[in-house]
Structures are given as C-alpha cells and as structure tokens.
Design a protein around this ligand. Structure first.
Ligand code: NAD
Length: 373
C-alpha cells in the first residue's frame, strides 16, 4: 500500500506522524512509504534518515492525491483535503468532537477519516492511545516548566550557607498527565500533593511518593471509561474551599483536569490565585480547552500579583522527538489492526469497537453525528 506523511504546515507543530523507525518496519512489510522533504527535521529526524529507512519523497498535495493512507499529526489542510484521492484513509488527530466542518469536508472528499484521539480507552487499544502517549509528555514538561519558572530549588539543599527547604508542588487532576507531572516533580525532589475527583487516582498518587488530598466526604466522580464526570456547582464550591488552603501553601500548582467533550472545569478562581505568594507559579495544562485557572491565557504567561500563570499550548510538540516516536508507534499499532499482515491489504472492520469509535467519516458521510449540522 502507498502510505504518506507530509510536513505539518502549522509552524508551531514540530512533530511528524511517521519516524524512520516506523518507516523501516512498513517498508520491510512491503509498503511504499512517502515522506515530504523536511517533514521530520523539526523533530530531529533528517531527510537522510528517512531515505535510509526506504522512504521516497513527495509533496503533501501529491501524497493527498495518490496515497491509500495519508497520515498526519494535525488535521490536514484545506488544500490537502481538496486534493484527496476518493476512498483514501486519513489518519490524524482530527479534534473531531470540536471540528464539525473539518469532519464534513473529509466526508465530502470521500475519505475514510480515522481520528486518533477517539481510540477507545480499552486495554486492547492502549498501544494506539495517543491521548495517553502525548499527555504523558505534557505532564513531564509541566513539571519542568514549573521548576524552570520558580525562583527556588525543587529539592531540599543542605549547603554551607544553610539549608533550603524543598519546594511544595500541588497537582490538580491525577490522570495520565498529572501522574507524570507528579513523578517528575518527585524525581526533582519536590514535596508533592495531588487531588483528583476520582478516588481511584489516590493509590496511584501515593505509589509515586506524593500525598493524595481529598475533602472529607468527597463523592467519587469516576464515570464511564475511567474518566471523570462533571460535578454539581455545590460539589465544585466545596472542593474549591478545601483546595484554597493547600494552594496557599504551594510554591507551584500544576493543573491537568479535563472532562472529555466538555470545557475544562474551573479549579482555581481569582481568590484562590490571590492566596498564593508572589514568586509562585501555576502551570495550566488545560489552557487550550478553556483553562482550569481564572486568568489563564492560552499561549501566554500572565503575571497576577507576582504569581506567574502559564497557559502553554501544544506542549507535546515542545518535545517533538519522543512525542513523534510515540505517536508514530501508536499509528503503527493502528496499521497492525487495519492492514492484513499476509496480503498487505486494507481490512476495515466496522464491527470492531476501535475502528467504529475512531472512524468519523466514511463513504461520503460524517459518522457519530460529528459533521456539520
Ligand atoms: P483526562 O485528561 O480526561 O482528565 C485528567 C484528570 O482530571 C482525570 O484524572 C480526571 O479525573 C481529573 N479531573 C476531572 N475533573 C476534575 C476536577 N474537577 N478536579 C480534579 N480533577 C479532575 O483523563 P486522562 O488522564 O486521559 O485519563 C483518565 C482515566 O482514564 C484514568 O483513570 C486513566 O487510568 C484512564 N485511562 C485508561 C486507558 C486505557 O484503559 N486504555 C488509557 C488512558 C487512561
């Protein structure tokens, strides 16, 4: 089969969908792989590494018009969608839930669109789970951002000039990103506390050497698929009251709370930011979906009374080498599911929960009600 990966056109997207390691495996399996010139350079993969792995070169629109599978990190551009070969498969993080016009245009182009962010959270699909592979990077980077932005050591330091106490970090939301932020901050020697509305997160937090904090009589808000449910306004208010005390004692707060398909919950109101000491830092990983913190501006660092609130965007792209390796392996795991190993042909089984969940456009129609109304 002909499989192509273009250079991402967004200047802030440094990742690439296929890395040389994956290209080599696909070429060995008998596929023809095309990579756009310079596609991997920002991630640390030069063109020479792709040609050594057996890839050929083509432009993005040439690929769109001739590939059986067109693989992206970000949704394809309008130009690429217009050039798509009818019946081709587009594999990408499509932001399908919030991008109805993108889904509709892929359907109108006659493509079969597989949204990597919609891989269901079941054990069998873990190898394809881009939300986990990329969130883990974001969590790691969030801890480093906090360390870099603080005017303090993270570990306790015993020096000739006296002892410096360790920094205190509070992590709100202990899912994939939060747990990685905790692990990283712990490795750097900080004292870490964490909160999540899912009680099950407690054991994982404690196993990383951090303290799990929850208000007394808190209700477990675990919902379908291990995700959090949205809470009532009363519950949120009680939670904020409880968190305020812990926030006041923290040097840095890292927030990672999300609810699938909904805007991010507001965990820190203005008065909660106001209790932090000048010089403290907040890293809001939910900035792109509305933010967990009052005052967050996506893509900026806002200073409120000496507290630096970071709203970083597309954090996985700031570590593009490993983010691309992991993304590419997730994509490869999908190929193992949709390409017959012996025949090398496509086998899209819509009875399979994984394919059904991630396929958002097929045979001219948007699926799961995700296109334009
Ligand atoms: P996510 O990105 O949707 O949310 C991040 C965290 O924020 C979650 O832990 C959530 O409980 C928490 N949160 C939501 N509202 C909150 C609030 N008001 N206050 C505090 N915290 C709040 O979730 P995620 O990190 O992608 O994963 C969440 C769950 O899914 C975890 O249980 C994880 O183990 C599970 N998971 C399963 C698989 C799989 O089986 N394949 C893969 C990945 C994750």
């Amino acid at each position: 089969m002909k499989i192509g990966a273009p250079r991402e056109s967004n200047p802030n997207e440094h990742r690439v969908a296929l890395v040389p390691e994956t290209v080599e495996r696909l070429v060995k399996a008998g596929h023809e792989i095309f990579i756009e010139e310079g596609a991997g350079i920002r991630a640390g993969f030069p063109d020479s590494a792709y040609s050594e792995a057996g890839a050929k070169t083509a432009s993005a629109t040439e690929m769109a018009g001739s590939m059986d599978i067109f693989v992206h990190v970000q949704p394809p551009t309008t130009e690429e969608v217009n050039a798509l070969k009818k019946g081709s498969i587009v594999v990408s993080m499509l932001n399908a839930r919030t991008n109805p016009s993108g889904v509709s245009s892929l359907a109108a182009a006659g493509a079969t669109a597989l949204a990597m962010e919609l891989v269901p959270r079941i054990a069998r699909a873990q190898r394809m789970d881009v939300l986990s592979s990329q969130a883990s990077i974001a969590g790691y980077k969030a801890a480093l951002l906090a360390a870099n932005s603080l005017g303090k050591y993270l570990p306790m330091m015993m020096t000739a000039a006296g002892t410096i106490p360790p920094a205190k970090i509070l992590v709100l939301g202990a899912g994939v990103a939060g747990l990685q932020a905790i692990a990283t901050a712990r490795r750097l020697g900080a004292v870490v506390e964490a909160f999540d509305v899912r009680a099950a997160a407690g054991e994982q937090v404690e196993s990383l050497g951090a303290k799990f904090i929850q208000p007394e009589a808190a209700e477990d808000a675990e919902g379908a698929g291990g995700y959090a449910k949205e809470q009532s306004e009363d519950q949120q208010e009680a939670q904020r009251e409880f968190l305020k005390e812990h926030i006041a004692q923290s040097d840095a707060v890292i927030t990672t709370a999300a609810i699938p398909g909904r805007p991010a919950p507001l965990l820190m109101t203005e008065d909660m930011v106001a209790v932090m000491q000048p010089g403290s830092v907040v890293i809001d990983l939910a900035a792109e979906s509305g933010g967990n913190v009052a005052g967050t501006v996506a893509g900026e660092v806002v200073n409120i009374n000496g507290v630096a609130i970071h709203g970083p965007e597309n954090v996985p792209s700031s570590m593009p080498y490993d983010a691309s390796q992991l993304y590419s392996r997730n994509v490869m795991a999908l190929f193992d599911l949709i390409i017959d190993r012996k025949e090398g042909t496509l086998t899209l089984d819509f009875e399979d929960e994984v394919i059904d969940s991630m396929c958002v456009a097929h045979e001219g129609e948007a699926r799961h009600g995700l296109g334009e109304k």
